[in-house]
Design a protein around this ligand. Structure first.
Ligand code: FEO
Length: 386
């Protein structure tokens, strides 16, 4: 599919609607877009390649956009295979193209089987420029957004930021769905660990007059850019985006679930603006991670399983730790028939995390909810909302 971003910038990307898991782990029920752009001027640049599965469609799109001309440059911003897989086929078709990279990209490309011919590589660094005629790219290094080699370009004539993975989302290019929902799930699962580096990029971007953001996934952003940039500021600084409580639970025989549901009812009755109830064994883990970072308050409920935690609870807690969960209030409900231990392990998972406040009440269920437990859950609801 071709789409004019401006008179000189043409979208030539392609979407995959058959893949089940992006990066082998994140469900993509609405497909995935692999974006690429052709910038036409006295010289012509192709901005990034695509994933293996859409190479043929992409090359057809590129040829259509080139309209019989030859590309002068292929700009490679990110070496992860969802963008670099198409480079080899591209260079076989257009062997005269100069490949624009930074030093780290140059080192990584051969690891993915891409060998650029002698004299065909242009190595750039922060602040370098490349002129196509009336269009000029300034190169911006963006390490860890989302790999260490990532770079971006600002094109000053049309005020376009070619943003690599930043501002991307899950979903095919033309899918009609809320941007923030799938962009947030994408951000926290893929870039969430790198908030400091994303913040550094946003600081660089603040000095630029940007009218269009061309990411490598998801739609081109050209209206109300403050909305997207402000969400990225919130996400990268780990600030709370929405008021509300997330209850994340696992339950072996339904009793811990009953406690989580009772807490949910108590919170709603107390006027909590939003309560999200997530079954960690059944709901999408990447959605659970997204919600944990979206809301400011979190209650985790877990049975004791072989003297520790339900494995899905461990996985959830490990992901929170790994992605630098912080600045949140947290409470726990533990369950156990003879030696309830899950609370101890849940709390310990937050030991190394910054700015975590705990509820004083830890609800301890012995198999099934007691009348005393019901009162404790009321108390926990009150505490988490304070
Ligand atoms: Fe879209 Fe980090 O690759």
């Amino acid at each position: 599919m071709l789409k004019n971003v401006t008179d000189s910038i043409i979208y030539v990307g392609a979407s995959d609607n058959s893949l089940d898991l992006f990066e082998g782990q994140y469900p993509i029920p609405n497909g995935m877009a692999y974006n690429s752009y052709v910038v036409v001027d006295e010289k012509i640049a192709v901005m990034d390649a695509v994933d293996e599965v859409v190479i043929d469609e992409w090359l057809n799109n590129v040829c259509e956009a080139l309209n019989g001309k030859k590309p002068d440059y292929l700009v490679v911003n990110h070496v992860e295979p969802d963008h670099s897989a198409g480079i080899k086929s591209f260079l076989e078709k257009f062997p005269e193209t100069q490949v624009v990279v930074n030093a780290q990209i140059a080192r990584m490309l051969p690891q993915f089987g891409v060998v650029v011919a002698e004299g065909k590589q242009v190595v750039v660094k922060e602040g370098d420029t490349l002129s196509l005629g009336s269009h000029e790219f300034s190169f911006i290094m963006a390490p860890m957004v989302h790999w260490p080699e990532v770079m971006m370009e600002y094109e000053k004539k049309e005020k376009v930021l070619f943003a690599a993975d930043a501002f991307g989302k899950f979903g095919a290019f033309d899918v009609d769905e809320d941007w923030a929902c799938e962009a947030r799930r994408y951000y926290f699962n893929i870039c969430g660990k790198f908030g400091v580096q994303v913040g550094a990029l946003l600081n660089k971007a603040a000095a630029l007059d940007i009218e269009i953001i061309c990411p490598l996934h998801g739609p081109i952003l050209s209206e109300n850019l403050d909305y997207y940039i402000n969400l990225y500021k919130t996400w990268s600084s780990y600030d709370v985006e929405s008021e509300g409580v997330m209850i994340a639970f696992a339950s072996m025989h339904g009793n811990t679930k009953k406690a989580a549901e009772l807490l949910c009812d108590e919170l709603k009755a107390a006027g909590c603006p939003k309560v999200v109830l997530t079954d960690l064994a059944r709901d999408m883990m990447s959605e659970a991670i997204e919600d944990a970072f979206r809301y400011g308050k979190l209650i985790i409920a877990s049975p004791t399983y072989e003297t520790e935690l339900m494995p899905v609870v461990s996985m959830f807690l490990h992901d929170l730790w790994h992605k630098g969960y912080q600045k949140r209030k947290v409470g726990f409900i533990q369950n156990g028939t003879w030696a309830p231990m899950s609370g101890k392990y849940m709390k310990a998972a937050f030991d190394e995390l910054k700015d975590i406040t705990f509820c004083d009440t830890m609800v301890t269920i012995k198999s099934t909810l007691s009348e005393e437990n019901k009162e404790e859950i009321k108390k926990l609801a009150k505490e988490i909302m304070e």
